[in-house]
Ligand binder design. Structure first.
Ligand code: AMP
Length: 208
């Protein structure tokens, strides 16, 4: 299975990606996670990327494309993969098409998880991580225990979330017609219980 999850910030791509990857036994390739790891390690790439990430802007295409090309050549990607948060621009999608063509590979499908903007802001701004366990909670939907040591991700602040939504509509939404024209796009309603959305995604991918 070679697939892509597209959706606005807070649509639940990361959560759904984990289930799907387990189901198919394929690696989850999240450019957001890769960039956060660089940031945490203080690499040159991470320091450069942090400026864009903290402002809610996209990291330049060439940085992300280079990172993904390296990742695709690792042995675990041979059995398939799921991209979560990549591509985010038409230029990234074109570059991915070229890389896959070079490797003789084709995408099986692209799943778009749809959620309205207002709900996304509520979802993302309430998200907190426990510094000690790494567990993610939501102040309203999945309240943390009283002793949790909570931290708000830098880019989950409301003004940053609004900037990330704008980046999504301006730069990422053009991927919808891009993949629609190629017959690859499957739309999934991202509102509802997590398990319910997972079922819809698996159905869209033809798994059940
Ligand atoms: P995410 O966790 O996928 O929401 O990504 C967090 C942040 O990392 C985004 O707001 C961007 O600043 C950056 N980022 C992640 N993936 C990409 C990408 N494919 N292209 C450009 N920037 C990205």
């Amino acid at each position: 299975m070679r697939t892509i999850l597209i959706g606005p910030p807070g649509a639940g791509k990361g959560t759904q990606a984990k289930f799907i990857c387990q189901q198919y036994g394929i690696p989850q390739i999240s450019t957001g996670d890769m960039l956060r790891a660089h940031k945490a390690q203080g690499t040159k790439l991470g320091l450069e990327a942090a400026k864009f990430m903290n402002a809610g802007a996209l990291v330049p295409d060439e940085v992300v494309i280079g990172m993904v090309e390296d990742r695709l050549t690792q042995p675990d990607a041979a059995k398939g993969f799921l991209f979560d948060g990549f591509p985010r621009t038409v230029a990234q999608a074109e570059s991915l098409d070229a890389t896959l063509a070079r490797l003789g590979l084709k995408l099986d499908g692209v799943v778009l998880i749809e959620v309205a903007d207002d709900l996304l802001v509520r979802r993302v701004c309430g998200r907190r991580t426990d510094r000690r366990s790494g567990q993610i909670y939501h102040l309203e939907y999945n309240p943390p225990p009283p002793d949790a040591d909570l931290v708000l991700r830098d880019d989950d602040r409301e003004e940053t979330v609004r900037a990330r939504l704008k980046a999504y509509h301006d730069q990422t939404a053009p991927l919808i017609p891009y993949y629609e024209q190629r017959g690859l796009l499957r739309r999934v309603d991202g509102v509802g219980e997590m398990d319910e959305v997972t079922k819809r995604v698996l159905t869209a991918l033809g798994a059940s």
